[in-house]
Design a protein around this ligand. Structure first.
Ligand code: S3P
Length: 179
């Protein structure tokens, strides 16, 4: 007897704290499942013609959040289907974003332990305005505050300290066993 699986609800949306691997896992998972991949931060940067760090520096976080919420709504209301969207770690701060996420597609929360997140954030050396030069204690408070918000909108959660390739493999098997 073959098991039947409910159809996959698209778009797939990856959420989680900075360093959770949303962009890397998203890119590989999208390829594996034959979905188009979009990264919300990269799309914001493409449209603004400058980096997220530049936007924070020149126009402030509130302006970045406005761009983020506007683009999220634009993409999710009319997704260029079939889509996998990786989001920025702070997208769940806005209740309107959470409401939209909760009613759309399949929301996957990448939730590695805090130590793994910090290691990746420090290693990446990327310009992350909310992490660069920030004490670990402050990052941990932000992570603790946000975790319930990610959980609130997640359809499924991937915890543990698995390497990113294993996460892609597990998610592909879970979401689309025939792929
Ligand atoms: C942010 C996370 C970043 C980016 C911006 C704000 C946050 O994305 O959207 O710097 O508030 O956590 P990543 O989660 O991809 O680093």
């Amino acid at each position: 007897m073959t098991a039947t699986h409910p159809p996959l609800r698209l778009p797939l949306i990856l959420i989680g704290f900075m360093g959770a691997g949303k962009t890397v896992v998203g890119w590989h998972l999208a390829r594996r499942l034959g979905l188009r991949f979009l990264d919300l931060d990269q799309e914001i940067e493409r449209r603004a013609g400058c980096t997220v760090a530049d936007i924070f520096r020149t126009a402030g976080e509130a302006h970045f959040r406005h761009l983020e919420a506007t683009l999220l709504a634009e993409i999710l209301r009319r997704p260029p289907a079939p889509l996998l969207l990786a989001t920025g770690g702070g997208v769940v701060e806005d209740p309107a974003n959470r409401a939209l996420l909760a009613e759309t597609g399949t929301v996957i929360f990448l939730d590695p332990p805090f130590k793994v997140l910090v290691g990746r954030i420090r290693l990446a050396g990327l310009a992350r305005p909310l992490a660069d030069g920030v004490e670990e204690r402050v990052l941990r408070d932000r992570w603790r505050r946000r975790r319930p918000l990610y959980r609130e909108v997640a359809t499924l959660t991937v915890g543990g300290a698995l390497p990113l390739e294993s996460q892609v493999q597990r998610l592909a098997e879970r979401l689309c066993p025939s792929a």
